[in-house]
Design a protein around this ligand. Structure first.
Ligand SMILES: Cc1cc2nc3c(=O)[nH]c(=O)nc-3n(C[C@H](O)[C@H](O)[C@H](O)COP(=O)(O)O)c2cc1C
Length: 329
């Protein structure tokens, strides 16, 4: 598309940008964001519909989700021919203002523009993966995508780090705090009335096969969701940890942008991902995951990556008019 060099977005461009932002992944598909269009771009705000976020990890996940939405809005702006610049947490007096994305004069980032075609087809895939591993060449591209947003994708490709992560993922099942389990059940139970992850997106229940539990953790562990069936999962998925040098809201927003950049890059190479963040929800297990790194990175996401055997439907999204605002309205 032609570069206009003009900062003002048309009404239809605003909707394209907001739709891309809203297509981002979010924790429990909560879509905890809003997009306010201003004279020179947009503001992304964290908006959690929960009265109270039960844990520190829930707060972190909201920032990560909003970061992913910021990246998608930058991608859409690039596709529309606009260059952009992001200010993360620009107003100390308004901590829920995650980022301002300013439309600037100049040439749009071609590498972002190229990712736009994957915005709608990316999805979290909790189905079994094919047995083949991701080639090193593709893993390097995913690592570079995270690096461009200031984060590190630490691939767990050697022992003992790989086994240690599997143990942490399994241990998270036994140590899940009651408040976290209740929250998970409330969000995923089809009877709860608030479920935003349809059963088809949960994938099948991983079948237990001796000697080990499957190397995935069922997001709906312990819940009776009808119609899911069960399946054997791959024995050795590619596992990786997305890490940042710092910890805190700014780092989480950066990690969310890195996550989405690498997920779009992955989609372009036929690679799908699901997440196994459960060890990060427990403060002690998170320290254990962090200790696995040679450097002192802060783990923000645990990714399981591979090649799909089935494609889940698109997870539903809130109507755009619920999440779009106009500063002059
Ligand atoms: C910060 C964050 C944490 C997430 N944690 C998990 C997780 O632990 N397990 C999981 O299966 N999916 C996890 N997800 C994926 C979301 O459930 C998913 O993005 C959402 O349901 C929307 O579906 P989609 O990604 O297919 O659009 C996470 C996503 C984000 C952004």
């Amino acid at each position: 598309m032609q570069h206009t060099g003009h900062a003002t977005l048309s009404a239809s461009e605003k909707l394209v940008v907001a739709a891309a932002g809203a297509a981002a992944p979010s924790v429990f598909n909560a879509q905890p964001w809003s997009f306010t269009f201003t004279d020179d771009g947009l503001e992304v705000r964290a908006e959690s519909r929960d009265a109270a976020l039960p844990t520190a990890s829930a707060v972190r996940d909201v920032h990560l989700s909003c970061g992913a939405a910021v990246l998608n809005s930058r991608v859409a702006l690039a596709r529309l021919g606009h260059a952009s610049r992001v200010s993360v947490l620009p107003d100390p007096g308004e901590p829920l203002l995650v980022a301002r994305v300013h439309v600037t004069a100049g040439v749009p980032d071609a590498s972002l523009d190229e990712l736009y075609r994957w915005v709608d087809s990316r999805r979290t895939n909790r189905y079994p993966f094919r047995p083949e591993r991701i080639p090193a060449r593709v893993l390097t591209l995913l690592h570079d995508a995270a690096r461009q947003e200031g984060a590190t994708l630490r691939l767990l490709d050697g022992e003992p780090a790989y086994q240690r992560m599997l143990t942490s993922i399994r241990r998270a099942t036994w140590t899940e705090e009651e408040a976290v389990r209740d929250d998970r059940e409330a969000r995923l139970s089809p009877d709860s009335g608030v479920s935003v992850i349809p059963p088809a997106n949960l994938g099948p229940v991983p079948r237990r096969e001796l000697p080990d539990d499957p190397p995935v953790r069922d997001m709906a562990e312990g819940l009776d969701v009808p119609g899911r069936g069960s399946a054997a999962f791959e024995r050795h998925p590619d596992l990786a940890v997305l890490e940042t040098a710092d910890d805190g809201p700014g780092a989480w927003i950066g990690a969310g942008q890195a996550l989405q950049r690498l997920l779009l890059e992955a989609t372009g190479h036929g690679v799908v991902a699901s997440f196994a963040n459960q060890p990060l929800e427990d403060a002690w297990l998170r320290t254990e995951v962090a200790a696995g790194a040679a450097h002192h990175g802060h783990p923000q996401m645990v990714l399981r990556m591979g090649y799909a055997t089935a494609r889940p439907p698109a997870a539903p999204r809130r109507p755009l008019d619920e999440v779009v605002r106009y500063a002059d309205a």
